[in-house]
Design a protein around this ligand. Structure first.
Ligand code: PMP
Length: 359
C-alpha cells in the first residue's frame, strides 16, 4: 500500500505519472529504447521536450516574450545566478526577507553586489508578509526579489507588489502551478521542480527576454542566461529524466482542470486542515492567518513531547513527512497538487482523534 506522503520536497507525485514512467522506462512508446538512454540532441527527447515546454506555457499563459527552460543546480543555484547576471555595478537589488528561502537568496546576493532589504520579517519570527502596496523599490533597483511561498515558514504571498519598470523576480519553488498567476507581471519566475512538478533534478526558468539586455558582461558559460536562452535550455545536457517526468505531471494537471482545478484542490485541502486547527485550542498555527500557505501547513501542539508523539503515531499509520523543518521544529503538512484529497481527510481525522486522546 502507498504511504501518505506529506513531505515538503521531494514529495508526492501523481500515481498515474509513476505508472506511466514504470510502463515506459525500458521501452519508451515502443521506440526500443528508454527516454533516459536517448540523446538529448535526438528526435525522441526533443519531441517530448518541446511538448513539455508547450504545456508549461499553455498552463501558465506564458507569452512569446518569455523564455522557458530547465537548468540543473536546484533553485539554490539561482540564488547566485540572478545577482550575477543582473546586480551590476551601480545598481542595488531589493530583497524581501520573509524566511529561510528568501533569506538565503539575499545572503548570496550580498556577496555579489549591493542589497537593500526592503522588508524583513525577523521581528515576527517570519510569520507574516508585508502589504504589497507598501513596497517601493529603490531608485536604482536592478530588481525586486521575493519568495512566493516560504516552504519552511508556511507563508505565501496572496498578491504581488506592482514594481512598475523595476523587474519583479519570484522563487515559486513550492507553489508553482497551485494557482493561476499573471506571468506578465514578473520579469522572472523560477523554482525547483521537486514539489508540484516532478522529481528533483531540474529547475524551471521563466524569463522575460528583455532581461537579457540588463545582464553583466563576460559571464562564464553556464552562469549566463543569455546562452541558455540562445540554446533553448540545451546548451549542456539537461536533466532528462526530471524533464520527462515534469512533462507527464503537466499532462496530469491539464487533465485535472489546469490551474483552476489545482487552485480549487488547494483551497479545499488546506481548508480541511486549517479548519481543524482553527476549531481547536490544542493545535495552533504560528503564522498570520492572512498569508498562511496552502501548500505547507505549519502547526504546533501544546508541547514538544506531544509533537514527537504525533510524529511517531502518524508514522505508524503510514503518514510520512509531518515533522517540521529542523530549523523551526513543530509540525508541517505539505499538501502539494498531487496529494489526494483522501490523504488530507485522513490527516484531518488523525488530528481530531489525536486531540481527543491527548487534549
Ligand atoms: N526555494 C524554496 C522556496 C524551496 O522550498 C527550496 C527547497 N526546498 C529552495 C528554494 C532550494 O531548492 P533546491 O533544493 O532545489 O536548491
Amino acid at each position: 500500500m502507498r504511504k501518505k506522503n506529506y513531505f515538503a520536497g521531494p514529495s508526492v507525485l501523481p500515481v498515474e505519472v509513476l505508472e506511466q514512467i514504470r510502463d515506459n522506462i525500458v521501452d519508451y512508446r515502443g521506440e526500443g529504447l528508454s527516454m533516459i538512454e536517448a540523446s538529448h540532441r535526438g528526435g525522441m527527447f526533443e519531441e517530448m521536450y518541446d511538448e513539455c515546454l508547450a504545456s508549461f506555457r499553455r498552463l501558465l499563459g506564458i507569452g512569446d516574450d518569455y523564455d522557458v527552460y530547465f537548468l540543473g543546480g536546484g533553485a539554490t543555484l539561482q540564488f547566485t545566478m540572478i545577482p550575477l547576471n543582473f546586480l551590476t555595478e551601480g545598481k542595488v537589488a531589493d530583497y524581501c526577507k520573509t524566511g529561510s528561502w528568501a533569506n538565503k537568496a539575499a545572503s548570496d546576493a550580498q556577496k555579489i553586489g549591493k542589497v537593500n532589504v526592503i522588508f524583513d520579517g525577523k521581528e515576527s519570527g517570519y510569520t507574516t508578509l508585508p502589504d504589497p502596496a507598501t513596497l517601493r523599490p529603490s531608485e536604482n533597483s536592478a530588481y525586486l526579489y521575493l519568495c512566493a511561498n516560504e516552504t519552511i515558514g508556511g507563508i505565501e504571498w496572496k498578491s504581488f507588489p506592482d514594481t512598475g519598470s523595476v523587474p519583479l523576480i519570484a522563487d515559486m519553488s513550492s507553489d508553482i502551478l497551485s494557482r493561476p498567476v499573471d506571468v506578465s507581471r514578473f520579469a522572472m519566475i523560477y523554482g525547483g521542480v521537486q514539489k508540484n512538478l516532478g522529481p528533483a533534478g531540474a529547475t524551471f526558468i521563466i524569463m522575460r527576454k528583455d532581461m537579457l539586455e540588463r545582464r553583466r558582461e563576460n559571464l562564464t558559460a553556464y552562469m549566463d542566461y543569455g546562452l541558455h536562452s540562445k540554446e533553448k535550455g540545451l546548451y549542456n545536457t539537461p536533466p532528462v529524466f526530471s524533464i520527462w517526468a515534469v512533462k507527464l505531471v503537466l499532462d496530469w494537471i491539464e487533465r485535472n482542470g489546469g490551474l483552476q482545478g489545482m487552485d480549487r484542490r488547494a483551497e479545499e485541502k488546506s481548508g480541511l486542515i486549517y479548519s481543524v486547527i482553527d476549531s481547536s485550542d490544542f493545535f495552533r498555527s504560528p503564522v498570520d492567518k492572512a498569508v498562511r500557505s496552502r501548500m505547507n501547513i505549519v502547526f504546533r501542539l501544546p508541547s514538544e513531547e506531544l509533537e514527537a508523539r504525533f510524529i511517531s503515531e502518524s508514522k505508524a499509520e503510514g503518514m510520512l513527512g509531518l515533522k517540521g523543518h529542523r530549523s523551526v521544529g513543530g509540525l508541517r503538512a505539505s499538501l502539494y497538487n498531487a496529494l489526494p484529497l483522501e490523504d488530507v481527510k485522513a490527516l484531518a481525522d488523525f488530528m481530531v482523534e489525536f486531540e481527543r486522546k491527548n487534549g
